[in-house]
Ligand binder design. Structure first.
Ligand code: NAP
Length: 248
């Protein structure tokens, strides 16, 4: 893996799941990692402790990214801890509500767009003064953005918005030397995709995929670390499918 020694990274939603695995992967590659959380203080502190125990540097930062000023609050804290320069932003925090079109409520729709779309948008905006040449922004899309997988139309639309933002951000920020990409996981066994732990969920998941096992957060973290690193220096504006060959 390419070294991230001397780099600073913020991973949102790093208390659990894909964010936690990404924070650990970036720290293992040498980055100093800011472990963001919202409700999972104890989980975030465990991630920080694990990184420190392995000889790395990490701090936990709390912010509710469902609140309109959440990204602004988080960006202020980031600046207080690491100063003027952020090398890597992994905007991973997300929420998902599985519901048919009929079942989808306005509250759930708004919450998903607030956390999954508004927060990454304004986090990038608020962190821009700290991002610069060779910074890498990694957003998190989903298989659901380009394939119908279950009753997820509102959630899928939030991830479609991420794929659009990646292109526009990359285009606008390229001349500053900032790269912007996304990973698009398929089903990953986390709290968000608990159904993958059931027999029926596992069968459904495997039926979608070329590779016949259920993905774990680590399977995504490697791709996040790649996009964060110099190994991907000529890639920007792309959404990288990290889904075991789902819906081919
Ligand atoms: P997860 O295990 O449910 O973890 C979600 C993370 O997001 C937690 O760290 C949580 O923080 C944070 N979060 C939730 N609401 C928040 C809020 N209002 N403010 C701040 N942070 C908030 O989810 P995951 O499966 O790892 O998903 C991570 C990303 O991957 C999401 O963007 C998701 O859409 C995407 N994704 C997941 C899958 C999958 O199958 N799992 C597939 C494709 C894409 P706290 O616990 O501290 O509150």
């Amino acid at each position: 893996m390419h070294s991230l020694q001397g780099k600073t990274a913020l991973v949102t939603g790093a208390s659990r799941g894909i964010g936690r695995a990404s924070a650990l992967a970036l720290a293992k590659a040498g980055a100093r990692v800011l472990v963001h959380y919202s409700s999972g203080a104890a989980e975030a502190e465990t991630v920080v402790a694990d990184i420190r125990q392995a000889g790395g540097r990490a701090d936990a930062l709390k912010a509710d990214l469902g609140a309109p000023d959440g990204p602004h609050t988080l960006a202020r804290q980031v600046r207080e801890v690491v100063g003027e320069r952020l090398d890597i932003l992994v905007a991973n925090a997300g929420v998902s509500v599985g519901a048919t079109i009929e079942e989808t409520t306005v509250d759930d729709f708004d919450r998903m767009f607030a956390v999954n779309v508004r927060a990454p948008f304004f986090l990038v905006q608020q962190l821009l003064p700290m991002l610069g040449k060779d910074s890498s922004v990694v957003l998190v899309s989903s298989l659901a953005a380009h394939a119908s997988v279950g009753a997820l139309s509102a959630y899928a639309a939030t991830k479609g918005a991420i794929d659009t933002l990646v292109k526009h951000f990359a285009s606008a920020l390229g001349e500053r030397g900032i790269r912007v990409n996304a990973v698009a996981p398929g089903v990953v066994e986390t709290d968000m995709s608990k159904f993958a732990k059931t027999d029926a969920g596992r069968d459904f998941t495997l039926s979608l995929q070329a590779l016949k096992r259920v993905a774990q957060p680590d399977d995504i973290a490697g791709a996040v670390a790649f996009l964060a690193s110099d190994a991907s220096r000529w890639i920007t504006g792309d959404t990288l499918r990290v889904d075991g060959g789902s819906k081919l």
